[in-house]
Design a binder for this molecule. Structure first.
Ligand code: PMV
Length: 323
């Protein structure tokens, strides 16, 4: 039996998380950590296993999940494909992912995208990017409730993107990062949901909108300046903007002692910018540093992280690698 195999990059938000949920822009990059989904045709009920995790279970022919609730987004993808007129087949799927879960690195959007590509290919269909984005984002709605779509855009299209909710991708930055500067991810290892901090920030912004709207505007302006800094290769300004963005995220209540410790340690070790990435209150920190400071920074944050590593931008989004 032939297997359809797809991979999808994870993502890191350089600027604009949370603010993007209420209409500001976000600047996001796909990264070289990947989720892989292998699918082969089989009988119903279908089986899904996520390697190295407890997530496993079955999906019945009427799209009920038996087993881990984390499989609900995949049932949603199947129900959308059915609504698009596809005749569904039973299957066996194996997910293996380098992207840690609940760490702000887009693991759920990436698994959903790779699953969608492999499953559609098994049915003999090649999804276009728009369809892929829709399927990944509908799956994200099941996982997080109120996603802006930024994660699904990053994993679908790859590269560095400026994204706005309800508009989509505003621009794609074709600049490559200079070898003299690097991005490092430091994962605090503290797992958290996306939906709770997103909900709290929305409640806060409703309550104090006359003040908060200014913070949202500042976050939006940072994206324009960040875009300019990346295009001009002005890494010092880029790092400063990351630090300012961190201050804004702190002000809306999504940082934490643990994240601040990683951020300050990395700045003291030579980083020019460091901020939380994703929903916050745990998860990961993104650090911009001169490449000759990487080891020093990783050494200085290792007390306080699950792992820290240099990452690169993935210029391509989710794709089928074998069918
Ligand atoms: O799921 P996370 O932690 O990568 O967060 C996604 C970014 C948010 O802006 C917090 C939510 C969203 O949907 O944009």
């Amino acid at each position: 039996m032939t297997k359809s195999i797809s991979i999808s990059p994870g993502k890191v938000i350089l600027f604009g998380e949370h603010f993007v949920v209420r209409g500001s822009k976000a600047l996001v990059a796909a990264i070289d950590l990947y989720a892989k989904v292998e699918i082969e045709e089989s009988s119903w009920p279908s089986e899904i296993i996520s390697e190295g995790t407890e997530i496993r279970g079955k999906i019945t022919a009427d799209l009920k999940v038996i087993g881990s609730k984390e499989l609900e987004p995949f049932a949603k993808i199947l129900s959308i494909l059915k609504s698009w007129g596809f005749q569904l087949s039973g299957f066996k799927a194996r997910i293996s992912s380098e992207i840690p879960m609940s760490a702000g690195l887009g693991s759920s959007a990436a698994s959903a995208a790779a699953f969608s590509l492999s499953y559609a290919n098994m049915l003999g269909y090649k999804l276009n990017d728009k369809e892929l984005f829709t399927l990944s984002n509908e799956a994200e709605k099941v996982t997080h409730g109120n996603p802006s779509g930024v994660d699904s855009a990053a994993v679908t299209y790859g590269g560095i993107l400026i994204f706005k909710k309800d508009v989509g991708i505003i621009s794609r930055l074709n600049t490559l990062f200079s070898d003299k500067y690097s991005l490092i991810i430091a994962d605090s290892g503290i797992k958290r949901s996306t939906s709770v901090p997103v909900r709290d920030v929305l409640i806060l912004s409703e309550k104090l909108w006359p003040a908060l709207s200014l913070i949202y505007d500042a976050a939006d302006k940072i994206i324009d300046l960040g875009n300019e800094a990346i295009s001009n290769g002005d890494y010092e300004t880029l790092g400063t903007l990351m630090n300012i963005n961190q201050g804004l995220l702190n002000s809306i209540g999504v940082s934490s002692i643990e994240l601040e410790e990683i951020i300050y340690r990395s700045r003291l070790a030579g980083a020019i910018g460091a901020k939380l990435t994703g929903a916050g209150r745990g998860g990961s920190v993104i650090i911009l540093a001169p490449s000759n400071k990487i080891e020093n920074i990783i050494d200085r944050v290792k007390c306080c992280v699950k792992w820290a590593s240099r990452i690169k931008i993935s210029q391509t989004g989710a794709r089928l690698i074998s069918s």
